[in-house]
Design a protein. Structure first.
Length: 255
């Protein structure tokens, strides 16, 4: 996903991203809605339109702008916006995760995963090197699309705080496992060393290191499934350098 803060022309960036997409499902993290820095667009809605996808869901994690001023959503505020929502453009700026599908979606689901009460100094990378920056953790959620073809696909972006992210992963796996069909969990899990599948029946479909995009040395981004290896054929496509994100994209073909 493009980093909106470094984008002089968000509309052009979205069109460029859409031109690279050749798939049925697109999972996104760090997505803007009505942010001045990204052209006051609904990025999920706009990308869905550009790639010709009817169904999309956007999960709002915070109101405001991360790294500047933000707050968590109140209980009465809508967490999940979809193409079927009565209102799809909200006046308040927000930030979260998204899922776009060319395959028909039967039903949408969501779960709130909370956040760490403490932040951490994080190594923030650029092509000029790394620097430490104290970052407050944000509320995390997962959203899932129950597809008409019998699969359910979820996307999330877990906490960067150790152990908190493991607990969130346990919760989202348990939640997803109770939804209908066979399951895929996609996203930036902030867990290295293949930890998301350790001591688990879930499999990782991507063997690639994805962060940072200019010199990949660690795997944070996963496509997990509870499908057994003999239930379907999958192939991971080696990611190419991304000009739109500090992470490389993960691309999986599923037959």
């Amino acid at each position: 996903m493009a980093d909106p803060k470094n984008s002089n022309s968000p509309a052009v960036d979205l069109a460029s991203i859409a031109a690279l997409i050749d798939g049925d499902l697109l999972a996104l993290q760090e997505i803007d809605e009505n942010q001045m820095r990204s052209g006051e667009l609904s990025q999920v809605k706009e990308l869905a339109k550009l790639i010709g996808a009817k169904d999309w869901g956007y999960g709002r994690c915070v109101i405001g702008t991360p790294g500047v001023i933000w707050r968590k959503l109140r209980k009465a505020e809508t967490k999940l916006i979809t193409n079927n929502s009565p209102v799809t453009n909200f006046f308040e700026s927000s930030y979260g995760i998204g899922l776009i599908s060319k395959l028909p979606v039967k039903q949408w689901h969501q779960i709130e995963l909370g956040r760490s009460i403490i932040g951490l100094p994080l190594a923030v990378g650029s092509e000029k090197g790394m620097r430490l920056l104290y970052v407050k953790d944000e509320p995390r959620i997962a959203i899932a699309a129950e597809l008409e073809n019998g699969y359910t696909v979820a996307v999330t972006h877990l906490s960067f705080v150790p152990f908190v992210n493991l607990y969130q992963l346990f919760r989202v796996k348990r939640w997803l496992g109770k939804l209908p069909g066979k399951h895929f969990l996609v996203g930036d899990l902030n867990l290295p060393f293949n930890l998301p599948v350790k001591f688990s029946k879930w499999r990782s479909l991507s063997p690639f290191k994805t962060y940072p995009s200019w010199k990949p040395s660690i795997a944070f981004d996963y496509v997990l499934t509870d499908l057994k290896s003999d239930e379907t054929k999958t192939a991971a496509i080696a990611p190419t350098r991304s000009e739109f994100s500090d992470h490389l994209p993960v691309i999986i073909e599923i037959n």
